[in-house]
Design a protein around this ligand. Structure first.
Ligand code: ASP
Ligand code: MG
Length: 402
C-alpha cells in the first residue's frame, strides 16, 4: 500500500514530537508499505517568519514573503529525514522544486496545476521514506510560491491524488472532526465519518481541522481522507463521498467569530444597484457572505451583508469612496457578531430542520439578525456574546451530544 501521512506544525514542534512522528512513519514502513510524509513548518515558525519580515519591511513583496516562508517547511522535512535515518531506515527530504509541484503564479495564494510523480516514485522504489515540504509550490517563473495559510493539507491531497495513494491521513492535535468544538460544547462527540460537502461547509466555517481547498481537491479526485491525532492512537474521522449518516440529520454545529456586519442604508430601489455594490467590493477582492435586502420603501432599500473582520476596513473604505455612485445614504457596521451554523447532508430532504434550530435559539433567548441557507447548511448571525450559549442550545436541541 502507498500511504500519505501529513503532520501539522504542532506535531513536529520539538525534538520529542519529531521522533514521535518518525516512529509512526517507521512503523508504517515496517509493515511493508510505501510511506510519503508531508510536513508543515515546526510549531509557530510561519508566524515567527512573518513577524521577522515585518520588522525589516512591512511592505515586503509577496514574492520575497514566499521565499522566506518556504524555508519553514524545509527545516522540518530535513530534520525528519535525519530523525528517520538515525533509526536505521532510509529517508529523503524533497522540496517543491525537487518534486516538481507546479503551481499558478499567485504568490501567497497559489494553486496546484500539476504534481510530477517521477522523483517520488523513484525514491520509493529504493524503499526510502519520502518526506515532502507542505504549503509550497513552484510557478512558471521558477519562483517559490505558497498556498495560503494551512496549505499543507492541500499538498498532501495533491500528492495522494497524483500518486493514486491508498490512504491519505491528516494528523493533527485533535482526535478528529467533532459535532461541535469540544472546548465550547462539553458533550461534543467525535464523528466516525463525514461527507466532503459537510466537511467543506465546516472547513469554511472555521472548524479549522482541514484546509478548505484540500477538501475540494479530495472530493474532485476521490481521495478519502482520515483526520486523526498524532498524539494518540484513536480512530479519527473519515472524510469521504457518502458518509454513514449515523441516523442523524445534522452532523455538527460550528461557530465563526471572525465576521462583521455591514449595512448600506437608503440605496435606490432599482435594477443594478446590488450588482454595482457587490461588484465594487469583488473588484477589491472582498468576499461577501450572508446578504439580506430589505423590501423597498419610498424608492429606497437597505442591504446588509457580512464580511470577515480582516476585510471590514477595506469594505468601509471602498463603500465610503463610492458612496455617491452607489447611491448610499448611510453606512453602518457592527463588529461583535458571530455566525452559528448547523451542517448536515441529511437536512436536504427533511423539513423542519430550520424551525428546530430557531426553536433552540429561542429557548436560549438568543436573537437572530440574519439567516442564510445552502443544501447542507443553515447559518444564523447572532451577537458574539451569545455564541457559547447558542452552540450548546443548538447542539442539545438536535440531540448531538454523547
Ligand atoms: N506552515 C504553514 C502555515 O502555518 C502551512 C501549514 O501549516 O499548513 O500556515
Ligand atoms: Mg492545519
Amino acid at each position: 500500500m502507498l500511504i500519505v501521512k501529513k503532520f501539522g506544525g504542532s506535531s513536529v514542534a520539538d525534538r520529542e514530537r519529531i521522533f514521535n512522528v518518525a516512529e509512526r512513519c517507521v512503523e508504517e514502513y515496517k509493515k511493508g508499505n510505501d510511506v510519503i510524509v508531508v510536513l508543515s513548518a515546526m510549531g509557530d515558525t510561519t508566524d515567527e517568519l512573518i513577524a521577522k519580515a515585518k520588522e525589516i519591511n512591512p511592505n515586503a513583496s509577496r514574492r520575497e514573503m514566499d521565499m522566506l516562508l518556504t524555508t519553514g517547511e524545509q527545516v522540518s522535512v530535513s530534520l525528519m529525514a535525519m530523525a528517520i535515518s538515525s533509526m536505521g531506515i532510509p529517508a529523503v527530504s524533497l522540496n517543491a522544486f525537487q518534486v516538481g509541484m507546479h503551481c499558478t503564479s499567485a504568490y501567497g495564494n497559489a494553486r496546484f496545476k500539476r504534481v510530477d510523480a517521477d522523483r517520488i516514485r523513484h525514491e520509493l522504489e529504493y524503499r526510502k521514506i519520502v518526506i515532502i515540504t507542505g504549503f509550497q509550490g513552484v510557478n512558471k517563473y521558477e519562483d517559490y510560491v505558497t498556498l495560503g495559510r494551512g496549505g499543507s493539507d492541500t499538498t498532501a491531497v495533491a500528492i495522494a491524488a497524483a500518486l493514486h495513494a491508498d490512504a491519505c491521513e491528516i494528523y493533527t492535535d485533535v482526535d478528529g472532526v467533532y459535532t461541535a468544538d469540544p472546548r465550547i460544547v462539553k458533550n461534543a462527540r467525535k464523528l466516525e465519518s463525514i461527507s466532503y460537502d459537510e466537511m467543506l461547509e465546516l472547513a469554511s466555517l472555521g472548524a479549522k481541522v482541514l484546509h478548505n481547498r484540500s477538501v475540494e481537491m479530495a472530493k474532485k479526485y476521490g481521495v478519502q481522507l482520515i483526520v486523526r491525532s498524532s498524539l494518540n492512537r484513536s480512530e479519527g474521522t473519515v472524510v469521504k463521498e457518502v458518509a454513514k449518516m449515523e441516523k442523524m440529520l445534522i452532523s455538527g454545529v460550528a461557530s465563526d467569530k471572525n465576521t462583521s456586519r455591514v449595512s448600506v442604508i437608503g440605496v435606490q430601489d432599482k435594477p443594478g444597484v446590488a450588482f454595482k455594490i457587490f461588484n465594487t467590493l469583488a473588484k477589491k477582492g472582498i468576499n461577501v457572505d450572508i446578504i439580506l435586502q430589505s423590501v423597498g420603501r419610498g424608492g429606497t432599500k437597505d442591504i446588509s451583508f457580512t464580511v470577515s473582520q480582516e476585510d471590514l476596513n477595506d469594505t468601509l473604505k471602498t463603500l465610503e469612496e463610492n458612496k455617491e455612485s452607489l447611491t448610499i445614504q448611510e453606512i453602518k457596521h457592527k463588529d461583535n457578531v458571530a455566525k452559528i451554523s448547523i451542517v448536515g447532508a441529511g437536512m436536504m430532504s427533511n423539513p423542519g430542520v430550520a424551525a428546530k434550530m430557531f426553536e433552540s435559539l429561542f429557548n436560549a433567548q438568543v436573537n437572530i439578525s440574519m439567516i442564510s441557507t445552502s443544501e447542507v447548511r443553515i447559518t444564523v448571525l447572532i451577537d458574539e456574546n451569545d455564541v457559547e450559549r447558542a452552540m450548546v442550545a443548538v447542539h442539545d436541541g438536535f440531540g448531538l451530544g454523547a
